[in-house]
Design a protein around this ligand. Sequence first.
Ligand SMILES: [Ca+2]
Length: 169
Amino acid sequence: MVDLGDDTRSRARNGGGVMKRWPLVGLAICVFALAGCTPGPGVGPSPTTEVSDEQLLAAFGTLRPGAEVIASAAGDVSGDGVGDLVVIFAKGDGRNGLLVVLGGDVPSLTNDLPAPAENQSITLRDIDEAAPTEFTVQGSKGANIGYAIYRIEDGRLSDLFGEGMEDCC
Ligand SMILES: [Ca+2]
């Protein structure tokens, strides 16, 4: 009998869990309020360092005058939340290069690596489910097909894995 009473009180206390949900409701309201406060386009200067793909392309043109862009892919590949642009370009000496234009207040370029001669494609792909996002490049040179995975590490572009790239770059 006494135990039953304890159970009843215990259930009553569990009913008090409704009160414990209020902080969650409050949090949800805060999130909605914050989202509502985000300035839309044209509402004053943005405090963030949002950079458009066009700005990144323009930065590439300024930093590498004369280099011809062959392929590009936009996305944050440095893991800082600011958009970047992966670029494959013609170096002008018959060879192609790969680099990333890192978005920021002042866009900058990573080191460049050899890129395939023909049929280039760039795909952003989060391979290890951890920031930053990796990207793959594939292409060919004649009958040779190459494929490699890249990641930005400490601001440097490095290849994690490659297959046949030496024969198609
Ligand atoms: Ca970035």
